[in-house]
Ligand binder design. Sequence first.
Ligand SMILES: Cc1cc2nc3c(=O)[nH]c(=O)nc-3n(C[C@H](O)[C@H](O)[C@H](O)COP(=O)(O)OP(=O)(O)OC[C@H]3O[C@@H](n4cnc5c(N)ncnc54)[C@H](O)[C@@H]3O)c2cc1C
Length: 455
Amino acid sequence: MGDVIEMLAAGLPAEALVTDPEVMASYARDMASFSAVGEPLAVVTPRTVEDVQHVMRTATAARVPVVPQGARTGLSGGANAVDGCIVLSLRKMDRIVEIDPVDRIAVVEPGVVNAVLSRAVAEQGLYYPPDPSSWEQCTIGGNIGTGAGGLCCVKYGVTAEYVLGLDVVLVDGRLLSTGRRTAKGVAGYDLTRLFVGSEGTLGVVVKAVVALRPAPPQQLALVAEFPSTAAACAAVCAIMEGGHVPSLLELMDATTIRAVNAMAQMGLPESTEALLLAAFDTPDPAADLAALGELCTAAGATDVVPAQDAAESELLLQARRLSLTALERISTATMIDDVCVPRGRLGEMLDGVAAIAAEYDLTIGVCAHAGDGNTHPVVCFDAHDPDESRRARESFDAIMALGLELGGTITGEHGVGLLKRDWLAQELGPTGLELQRGIKAVFDPLGLLNPGKVF
Ligand SMILES: Cc1cc2nc3c(=O)[nH]c(=O)nc-3n(C[C@H](O)[C@H](O)[C@H](O)COP(=O)(O)OP(=O)(O)OC[C@H]3O[C@@H](n4cnc5c(N)ncnc54)[C@H](O)[C@@H]3O)c2cc1C
């Protein structure tokens, strides 16, 4: 293996190659529990496309696996090192190359942090909508790798809808340009879309052309309290059926509310079973919120409180963004599900999760991108207790089974990674799985790119 290190060193700046075991250990994993973590042979932190090409040529020549990484905020084990791999951390490729207000695009390197891009385009009156709650840390490359969603997707859609073109270094070091920077384009198969959500298993994204929108008016939010999650879910259905287009429609259950208060003293009402947060970024958000509030009341809301101004709205959003982190603090470990169901089945999903929590005798808090039907049941458990850990894993699986039963998917936005690999076959079926494996073999015939992930 010394040979591989020498081969890597021959084409890289010294500071881009890390072999110190302690430093390498800090690159070993993302934020998922219950996912195998291997020991890397080396970590490379490239700054140029040529650096990445050199790594891939070396890996192919020496038959060494490569694990691409962004900020490692992933929740499925997708960025975890495998034994003897080269970890390829793209974080230092973090330039915003171009912002073009005429074509309404940005051209970025993969290590650009989501919030940094959002703020940079906002300075020019533009908007990059995909906004995972981890937006202050996660990278555009990682967002493309997982096909990330976020809070505003209920109105604006997910990452896949904003990626127009990509530069990708293939496993043998060739550079592939896919897609376009034009408003339209249908030349050939849509390889750009194929790479979105491919979790580093098909190639390494080194540049992306992303679509922007004109910045919408400042959004205004409200919070509605419900005596049950079922009533909150009924309100979600009424809102969507009524033709409303909120810029955000999020749910927090009682466990989540208490966890957020405990972590950040947000003063959220603790006597309630569920909160819905909704927002509009329309020309008259107050009027739209009033109409939405009436639907909440009709569905059983006990209180509906509109934010007074943008600052108060932002505080409500902040409470929702903190939810996963806050739930992670109430036990020594968590497993975060990501099941997305048709909106009409959301109530059944949440009732089912409550039943699973009771059956396995565990605390499972739920926050959800409710307007998308995308739930995040967070299984809280004591990692030092083997029996509780076993029950946690089983309940995590039971939640995915329930999601599939309700016509949903095992992952709405976090990806399959290692955690949900066994469930992918059930969702895709044998023909779907065979074709997807065939696609993987075209791009990565030696199985070197992020091996063991997804399939
Ligand atoms: C508190 C918290 C809140 C979160 N909220 C959300 C949310 O609201 N919505 C959501 O969708 N996710 C959310 N996530 C999950 C996570 O932030 C996203 O999956 C994010 O897209 C991961 O980005 P990253 O830069 O950390 O990528 P990583 O975790 O480093 O990698 C993710 C995947 O992409 C691949 N990859 C990374 N870079 C590249 C590249 N350049 N080329 C090819 N493949 C690459 C990796 O191999 C891996 O498979 C949350 C996570 C946390 C911790």
